[in-house]
Design a protein around this ligand. Structure first.
Ligand SMILES: Cc1ncc(COP(=O)(O)O)c(C=O)c1O
Length: 387
């Protein structure tokens, strides 16, 4: 171990990975674990990629990304601010690098960054990687799993540099509305903070709900970095295409850092991304309708099982089910579910201590698999196997 850096030694192991490893030992398991669309990338996007390869777009490109892609992204955000142009956009290797680069560009060692608990597990590790300290804010079921301005304010210290918001949330499925965001914006202004707004699920909103971002509040654009990617919206998780939208002052400092990390995002992938953003959006609507129906199959089914309760998530493709009545840790419950019901879900504790007593289940799966998963969990619990 003497050759390991502190970051490598301390980096938190993934609780999701642990479930994968356990599930691998069983046949015929239904996996409700992977946070990615169960659709293939739409054909028009794939074809644009192949075309780009044949046209010779196989070379380096500018660190910040292709101008046409940066402009296409900016266009998508003009309703946040009319002033956004391609110069407000940095193209990254997925949402993950968008998060990392945002932190690297703005946070110093010793700074504190506020993150939600439960939250996307990579936040903790990414904040650690830049030498900063993640400070968690509890997010509770009784508040419809929404992070509250007053709880954020309690976590602020003189070292706080930024707040990381994630709406719709992974793993909670909650969505912050305009009033929630405006209340948080007041705290942000009061303490002169920066906001990373992780919006990778912004198009996965159900029941005709409206999406609202901190980036839409007039005057906030200078202190908000919008993190997004094509992964979830366009079923492009494997393409690794993300971006950041923010002030020119911050964005203009990112290309030089990208030079030392990845140099640039593959050119033909960016060409396909332009097609994703400006081409027909019909497949997106279809996928969203499917997710909405599948959410109902899963959540309604869970609520019919004695001992389980689950709020209907207004966004994302995650359901966060309460299993506290069984009196077990969520890790124990999840492991028993794999062994006894052959259904794999992620224990809530993998997302932070506030996730204890919950289970995250992904409804980006076929109707049949979801129905079968519910049948298996129901049969398993009615047999009394977890009591
Ligand atoms: C909340 C959240 N942010 C960011 C990401 C990263 O997305 P990408 O696949 O584009 O790197 C994910 C992926 O699961 C996520 O759930």
């Amino acid at each position: 171990m003497k050759y390991l850096s502190k970051v490598a030694a301390d980096y938190p192991a993934s609780g999701i990975r642990r479930m994968f490893d356990l599930a691998r030992q069983y046949d015929d398991v239904i996996k409700l674990t992977v946070g990615e669309p169960n659709f293939d990338t739409p054909d028009n996007i794939k074809e644009a990629c192949v075309r780009a390869l044949h046209e010779g777009h196989t070379h380096y490109n500018p660190n910040a990304g292709l101008e046409e892609l940066r402009e296409a992204v900016a266009q998508r955000y003009r309703h946040y601010s009319e002033a956004y142009t391609g110069e407000n956009v940095m193209v990254t290797v997925g949402g993950m690098e968008a998060l990392f680069l945002s932190l690297l560009t703005t946070v110093n060692p010793g700074d504190e960054v506020i993150i939600p608990d439960p939250g996307f597990p990579n936040y903790v590790g990414q904040v650690m990687m830049v030498g900063a300290r993640p400070v968690t804010v509890p997010v509770c079921e009784q508040n419809r799993f929404k992070i509250r301005a007053e709880d954020i304010e309690k976590a602020i210290t003189p070292k706080t540099k930024a707040i990381l918001l994630n709406s719709p949330s992974n793993p909670l499925g909650s969505v912050l509305n305009q009033a929630d965001i405006e209340a948080i914006a007041e705290v942000v202004l009061k303490y002169d903070l920066l906001v990373y707004s992780d919006e990778v699920y912004d198009r996965l909103i159900y029941d005709n709900g409206a999406y609202f971002s901190m980036g839409q509040i007039p005057g906030m654009q200078e202190r908000v970095l919008i993190i997004n990617s094509l992964s979830k919206t366009y079923a492009m998780t494997g393409w690794r295409l993300g971006y950041i939208v923010g002030s020119r002052e911050i964005i203009s400092n990112m290309p030089k850092l990208q030079e030392g990390i990845a140099s640039c995002v593959p050119t033909f992938i960016q060409k396909a991304a332009v097609e994703a953003l400006v081409g027909p959006q019909t497949a997106i609507g279809r996928m969203q309708a499917d997710y909405s129906r599948r959410r109902d199959i899963l959540v309604d089914g869970l609520n019919r099982i004695p001992g389980i309760t689950c709020q209907k998530p207004p966004g994302s493709f995650y359901a966060f089910a309460n299993i506290k009545s069984f009196g077990k840790t969520s890790q124990e419950f999840a492991e028993e579910l794999v062994m006894g019901a052959k259904v794999v879900a992620v224990p809530g504790s993998a997302f932070g201590s506030m996730g204890e007593g919950y289970l995250r289940l992904v409804f980006a799966n076929s109707d049949e698999n979801l129905q079968e998963a519910i049948r298996r969990i129901d049969a398993f619990i009615r047999k009394g196997c977890t009591t």
